[in-house]
Design a protein around this ligand. Sequence first.
Ligand code: ATP
Ligand code: MG
Length: 566
Amino acid sequence: MSNEENKTTVQSNFIRDIIDKDLGTNKHEGRVHTRFPPEPNGYLHIGHAKSICLNFGIAKDYNGMCNLRFDDTNPSKEEVEYVDSIKEDIKWLGFDWEDREYYASDYFDQLYEYAVKLIKKGKAYIDSSSFDEIKTMRGTPTEPGKNSPYRERPINESLELFEKMKNGEFEDGKYVLRAKIDMSSPNMNMRDPIMYRIRHANHHRTGDKWCIYPMYDWAHGQSDSIEGITHSLCTLEFENHRPLYDWFIRELEIFAPQQIEFARLNLSYTIMSKRKLLLLVQKGIVDGWNDPRMPTLSAIRRRGYTPESIRNFAESVGVAKRDNVIDISVMEYSVREHLNKTAQRVMAVLNPLKVVITNYPEDQVEELEAVNNPEDETMGKRKVPFSKELFIERDDFMEDPPRKFFRLSPGNEVRLRYAYIIKCEEVIKDDDGNVIELRCTYDHETKSGTGSSNRKVKGTLHWVSATHCFNAEVRLYDRLFNVPDPGGDKEVDFLDHLNPDSLKVLENCKMEPYISSAEKGDKFQFERLGYFCVDTKYTTDEKLVFNRTVTLRDTWAKIEKQMSQN
Ligand code: ATP
Ligand code: MG
């Protein structure tokens, strides 16, 4: 692949406007420090890519820094496998957190001290109510909550109980630590939220050291503060958590990061909930987190997307303040555009039909010159062998063609790419009437690039020489779901909307010899068919397996247009 630097053109957006203004007033002494804070409970998906590009992109453009922080407050759900995959995906996207790999669990001691500080100030208390009781006392968005009977517990008693909680003297659920804010606040997040609960569970980093764990809302803002994050970018659902985060910071009198919310990336025909993606993996509906039909970054990489195309996509959809859904064709467009410039062209026949050129000498082989990439001269040319027996695409022949079929049919002529004009003279069928071979003649005056004949025909087909080609497997992917919003309607099980034709495996595809040296991950344009890459999972020394990354055109737009015309 030619080494294209990131050519993303950066658009301004409301977040950059805020940062520009902050730099103007020298807030944070001109520092710009962001972070990407994944919870290690699943693989990253294309939505995370947007957040990564935004956070690391802003840090880069403002000569700032971006931390990677694992939000690992939840002991039972997190796994090392996820941590490793997250790091790999961020690197693949082209970003670097340098030595700033942090974990919320690194701050458990500090968070404990902060909590003690709030208790001492009379701003937090130990509640003996059960989770259910706390839930009932919380009220509803239209009704105020009720104060817990333990709300006025003396400070000393709370301090003592909190320490005993930490020391493992109580079973799960016996007590919680709550912030003492306002049970009648219209913002439910301010109604004495839980800060700590007892969980006798092993943590992937702190082991058995802790049996109390901080709630996400208690850990997140303080972690940002500890790291000196200036601009804490997060998705819209945290907008009404901001008053709580600001309250904690104010009461603790510690460094105050500024939280700015932006809209999540939603893609049509796709689900992004990690819980639902995990279900697809666990039920075996897909072949692991990196099944090329998944919206995860590992899947998208395996499918043949380039990091450049994802970065361009993330930039092109912009940063919005209101939720919206981006059509998946926008993402496909961006990879098509990048691969058009960088992918090697080759010829491969997915559904082969044999063609015998009856007037071509039996043992002759011509090495014809083919262009590797018309968009990039530096990629040069290659030789493609032409001989008496060829394969063309089965779809490129019709015995009774409709009027505007410009491909091959009896008595009709087409050009073979980089080669000659051929004419179909005879159709050979098996006993069941299936076409199994075409007998054609070639016009040797029409060799491509020689200028010996300027005769033109309407159709040009790709082909391979039957004696020189080799077999490979090609996997065609389509959308995993057949409705635009599979995750949207909560009442309906998203598994009811699986597209039964999302994977098609073609076993005996014919490849031109040049492709035989391809290695895992290599990307090609199969002429007239689309972009394909060598699969990293199923390719072996004996067999190349290809994934179709994307078709050459937006085929769904065509189908939808046809449907609306009918
Ligand atoms: P889920 O709810 O499925 O578990 P999450 O949003 O909680 O996903 P995190 O690991 O917490 O996943 O996300 C890490 C960061 O990525 C957060 O800052 C989050 O806001 C951001 N993010 C997650 N999904 C999207 C999305 N679809 N678009 C933009 N940013 C996202
Ligand atoms: Mg989250």
